[in-house]
Design a protein around this ligand. Structure first.
Ligand code: PGA
Length: 236
């Protein structure tokens, strides 16, 4: 696990965006694994800017998002909507090639990823409880795409996107941990004081299902980006 420490959040966003642009330049049919949440927003902004300035086309790129809410949720709260508003609408990506897990695809999502050639690069954030995608603590490391009941901590963390906690869905569908681990390359970005404890556990713990992100240390090609400020607080 390579840890890359930058002084500022914006330096991380630029470096990761440049890397993803290079991947798409080299292989216009790249398969990208994408995340929602606050963490990747600046990365998406920088990719969109670079794609436009450097004229890099995403027309033949396929994307697989990590997760999606289940149950009654306003369209504007769906992760497909989030991705469209924050990323896809700024690119020439073909929306048919932007995939999200859903109940219909449940059994097939992992196969769809395999059929597309596997994920070339997976972007990840981390939950304050160590979740990756919506794989909450004690999710088996060999899990595939599945339905989850969200942790109270996750629902509280995500309540900032809703008008109140009762509107936050109780369930979601998520790539499993083994699905994520099959990506050829993983970029995990850890930002913000609410993630100090998660970063500390990632740096200090042996892989254990009680802390899902700990599995990532077993991946052969993973970079973890964080800021100096956060790294100093989490150092063990
Ligand atoms: P965040 O969420 O980027 O909004 O902090 C990350 C996550 O919960 O995986």
């Amino acid at each position: 696990m390579e840890i890359i420490i930058k002084n500022q959040t914006k330096d991380i966003a630029i470096e990761v965006a440049k890397h993803i642009i290079e991947i798409v330049e080299q292989n216009p049919k790249s398969v990208l694994g994408l995340a929602t949440g606050s963490t990747p927003l600046d990365i998406y902004r920088n990719i969109s800017k670079l794609a436009s300035v450097l004229k890099v086309s995403f027309a033949n790129v396929t994307t697989f998002n990590l997760d999606e809410y289940l149950g009654p949720v306003a369209v504007e709260q769906s992760y497909r909507y989030f991705m469209h508003e924050n990323f896809f609408k700024f690119l020439d990506v073909d929306l048919i090639n932007t995939k999200f897990p859903n109940e219909e695809l449940l059994e097939k999502y992992d196969d769809e990823i395999d059929k597309a050639g596997g994920i070339d690069i997976q972007l990840l954030g981390i939950g304050s409880n160590g979740h990756i995608a919506f794989n909450e603590p004690f999710t088996p490391f060999d899990s595939k795409t599945h339905i989850v009941k969200l942790d109270d901590k996750t629902r509280n963390d995500n309540a900032r996107f809703f008008s109140n906690i009762d509107e936050v869905p109780t369930h979601a569908i998520t790539m499993g941990i083994s699905t994520i681990m099959k990506a050829k390359e993983i970029i995990l970005v850890i930002l913000g004081d609410s993630k100090v404890s998660a970063l500390k556990q990632l740096l200090c713990l042996e892989p254990d299902e009680s802390f899902p992100a700990s599995v990532l240390s077993k991946h052969p090609n993973i970079k973890v980006y964080t800021t100096m400020d956060l790294f100093k607080k989490a150092f063990c």
